[in-house]
Design a protein around this ligand. Sequence first.
Ligand code: APR
Length: 308
Amino acid sequence: MRNKITIVGAGFVGATAAHWCAVKELGDVVLVDIVEGMPQGKALDLLQAGPVEGYDLHIVGTNDYKETANSDIVVITAGLPRKPGMTREDLVGVNAKIVRGVVENVVAYSPNSIIIVVTNPLDTMVYLAKKVSGFPRERIIGQAGVLDSARMRAFISMELNVSVENIHAFVLGGHGDEMVPLPRYSTVAGIPITELLPPERIAAIVERTRKGGGEIVALLKQGSAFFAPSAATMQMVEAILKDRKMILPCSVYLEGEYGMHDICFGVPVKLGRSGVEQILEIKLTPEEQEAMSRSAALIRSSMAALEL
Ligand code: APR
């Protein structure tokens, strides 16, 4: 039997996620949106690419959660993207209402699913989903660190003219402008970038990574990034469904790890068939720990807007 993947929000991120999902043959896809006809149309279009690409999947679009019943994974992308000049935190009021409603439906129709949240402000929306669903923390995961690390990897690759496959990067903390890229743990073929690049070039890469989403928002002028966010999401889906035990930075509910409680925050986790199978605590310098605290403070300020 094939896995069933529901994607809520059939906009830029959701529809592109469905596309990666089909191309990678990760499972049957249900695309949900409130706009009538749009998810149905996009699903049908994607289904019709199957004969060309060679995938045999059920792909449906709907406005009704009945069709999502018993999904293995539900990816939530429903909500507004930011406009130029906005921070992700500016979206909290409107997106909290949307995410709350979506999560209530997910709990009703797929009580055993694993939820991956993509809607911004990310860590705050993961926290809301955790509280509204009552799911164990293993099954509520936020996508942010994979994207932020991918951006940093791309920038390192551009700087050194080295294959992206050789490059690992670690970006932890919240998915906001105070995110915490960790150059000490970012490597090229196993060599830390701190040994390959001068401090000012590393600082420039760190800064561009932090502002990576905003750079694209400013260029697009409407909407935000969607290719890399959806690809990052699908790497998480694949790691879970194929039980790959991949170590990836994800936003999860912390119960004392990194000295933090009752917050969803980006940390390295092991993803397998049960969701988050382990949270890795890596050693941080006092400066890095301080950066984590600044990032957490930004998340807590947007969490304060939630009505829980
Ligand atoms: N239920 C289902 N879908 C909804 C709901 C809802 N209650 N409310 C809004 N949507 C849908 C919209 O109709 C739209 O099709 O969510 C979709 C969002 O798509 P886009 O506007 O294209 O936004 P996108 O770029 O996909 O970003 C979605 O992901 O990366 C984050 O910051 C980004 O929060 C944003 C989210």
